[in-house]
Ligand binder design. Structure first.
Ligand code: CP
Ligand code: NVA
Length: 304
């Protein structure tokens, strides 16, 4: 059976991404009343913690007429060492799609390779594509649908979020400036590929990245799985904090985004994340809308 996965933003063409945003916007506006997942089930595998991803996928599946199963390593045999390939084959006999959050990106690729149903990446150590599509949807919501004339600044770790911003820049053509400490840059191959179509720079100084930007974006200093590096990372990232002074270097109408969970007083000050330029709650809500659009297309047969 042929099926389509969503493991990384470039799995959709540029035209498909724009159509996906338009579909998500119809859903957000309440102008979509189909139930393309009626009679269908989504298995959700979480090898890491989650609030937003779990709730938005589960509620989104239900809103589209389907049913979602939460599978944690404490309860399923994957957590006791059952091979990913076997898990993929078995789940393919029961459900109609799999969402997975785990550590190694190669594990998600292996799951997709052995599943005969769509697989959606709910975060790996390498990428967080659903989040960045929600972030771009938030850009469209607050800055308008034209993306190519926008400048997005990233401040902090060159992590899964940063890598997915690089992929989004490649497909969507906005300028991306990332301020990262030495040794914490985004994936070199993804950077090289994005630079074929758009401007992507990596600098050390957050002020340089943020100057005149439309969007200022950051994330935690230590991601899930990096807890043992917390002390070292607090030293390395001490100057990578988005505060009012840094925000004042961006455009006056710039928006602040953060995928959450956030650490106020570390990567972002409370007055910024709780202030007038912050769009983090719309950003979190947009997870629901974009993931419903993704599921409607991949699992529900909705056309783009
Ligand atoms: N932003 C995000 O993915 O949040 P959760 O870890 O709560 O799912
Ligand atoms: N970079 C963070 C994102 C959490 C949503 C992590 O991987 O933990």
């Amino acid at each position: 059976m042929s099926h389509r996965d969503f493991l990384a933003i470039p799995d959709f063409t540029t035209a498909e991404l724009h159509a996906l945003f338009a579909l998500a916007e119809r859903m957000r506006a309440g102008a979509y009343d189909r139930r393309p997942l009626a009679g269908k089930s989504l298995a959700m595998i979480f090898m890491k913690a989650s609030t937003r991803t779990r709730v938005s996928f589960e509620v989104g599946t239900w809103q589209l007429g389907g049913h979602a199963l939460f599978l944690s390593p404490k309860d399923v045999q994957l957590g006791r060492g059952e091979p990913i390939a076997d898990t993929a084959r078995v789940l393919s006999r029961y459900v109609d799609g799999i969402m997975i959050r785990t550590y190694k990106h190669t594990e998600v690729q292996e799951l997709a390779e052995h599943a005969s149903i769509p697989v959606i990446n709910g975060l790996t150590d390498l990428l967080h594509p659903c989040q960045i599509l929600a972030d771009v949807l938030t850009m469209r919501q607050h800055l308008g649908p034209e993306l190519r004339d926008k400048v997005v600044a990233w401040v902090g770790d060159g992590n899964n979020m940063a890598n997915s911003w690089v992929n989004a820049a490649w497909r969507l053509g906005f300028e991306l400036r990332l301020a990262c400490p030495a040794g914490y840059e985004p994936n070199a191959e993804l950077l090289a590929r994005a630079r074929e179509t758009t401007r992507v720079s990596v600098v050390r100084d957050p002020a340089e990245a943020v100057a005149g930007a439309h969007v200022v974006n950051t994330d935690v200093w230590a991601s899930m799985g990096q807890e043992a590096e917390q002390d070292e990372r607090q030293r390395v990232f001490a100057n990578y904090i988005v505060d009012a002074g840094l925000m004042s270097r961006a455009r006056p109408d710039a928006i602040f985004m953060h995928c959450l969970p956030a650490h106020r007083g570390e990567e972002v000050s409370a007055d910024v994340i709780d202030g007038p330029q912050s769009r983090v709650w719309d950003e979190a809500e947009n997870r629901l809308h974009i993931q419903k659009a993704i599921m409607a297309v991949l699992i529900g047969g909705e056309s783009l």
